[in-house]
Ligand binder design. Structure first.
Ligand SMILES: [Zn+2]
Length: 308
């Protein structure tokens, strides 16, 4: 698990810094797992990919990194000869959209309006503290050609594949993608199996992330299969435990803020020690504490567009 998180960290850093070419993707293998119904999980390096595969073809959710695109395509060929029909991006980070240029020659990319905007203009990515990267503007062919404001549904493979925008969570353009017939949900990076990265510099917020996870839990059947943005296939109980961690770490940080503690004092006091099992190589307890602090005190703290 530690190794995985070093790899993820390297990948997120690499893609955010647009220097993915320097990474050795040659040894990465794409692991394919049947999840349920029409849905498969593809794991390589970067964000988890979901693929709905059926009589109409393939609908992909996210496409990892450009150097892996041909391997992803080969893995899909191992499941079906049918074509890719659509690709949905959960958000703009490079380790989820890196294959856009490759796949858009076969199928249109769909994403929330803000994903296209951020890919087009580039900008800053970070937690408002020690994590900070510049995201380069992406070429035209990598930009989603279909965008939406609130939600969009793709009716293929007998499934109503629904991408629903949750404002100001991991970023300001996250979609969570539901496969109701197969009983699977792809959470994007609103749910990872360690402390999450919250891109407060790109409109993300802790409160929005909590809000999104609460809503998904409220509307999901108990036996739903949950695909996290990063980490192994999960259950609704795993998602509940993650929500509890987010709520408890928020409460602990708010309490310390009320007591007038500075960020350094909170770090000294090891405020997040009770949740240290969520600590990863990319988002350590200290980095998550910075994120909590910045999200709860920053200009974006109370901002939430309520349309879900
Ligand atoms: Zn992300």
């Amino acid at each position: 698990m530690r190794k995985l998180w070093i790899l993820l960290a390297v990948c997120v850093l690499a893609s955010s810094l647009a220097s993915a070419q320097n990474q050795d993707f040659s040894k990465v293998q794409i692991k394919v797992t049947k999840v349920a119904g029409s849905v498969y999980l593809l794991e390589g390096l970067g964000g988890n990919i979901a693929a709905s595969v059926g009589e109409d073809g393939i609908v992909l959710v996210d496409d990892q990194s450009a150097p892996l695109a041909e391997k992803i395509q080969a893995a899909l060929k191992g499941i079906t000869d049918k074509p890719v029909r659509f690709v949905i991006n959960t958000h703009y980070h490079g380790d989820h959209v890196g294959g856009n240029e490759y796949f858009q020659t076969q199928a249109p990319i769909i994403a929330h309006d803000n994903v296209r905007k951020r890919l087009e203009t580039g900008g800053t990515t970070g937690n408002g503290g020690s994590l900070h990267f510049e995201a380069k503007p992406q070429p035209k062919d990598a930009l989603p050609i279909i965008t939406f404001d609130h939600e969009i549904t793709v009716h293929l493979n007998g499934e109503d594949i629904r991408a629903l925008h949750f404002p100001s969570g991991h970023t300001d353009g996250d979609s969570i993608v539901f496969f109701p017939k197969s009983n699977v949900v792809h959470m994007g990076d609103e749910f990872v199996t360690h402390f999450p990265f919250i891109d407060v510099e790109a409109g993300g917020s802790l409160n929005g992330m909590i809000d999104a996870v609460e809503k998904v839990i409220a509307q999901s059947p108990p036996d739903v299969k949950v695909i996290p943005g990063h980490g192994p296939l999960s259950s609704l109980d795993d998602l509940r435990a993650y929500l509890k961690m987010l709520q408890e770490t928020r409460a602990a940080t708010e309490k310390a803020l009320k007591e007038g503690k500075t960020l350094d004092q909170m770090k000294q006091a090891k405020l997040l020690d009770p949740w240290k099992k969520y600590s990863g190589e990319f988002i350590s307890a200290d980095v998550f504490l910075e994120t909590l602090y910045n999200s709860l005190t920053g200009s974006n703290a109370g901002k939430s567009i309520k349309h879900n």
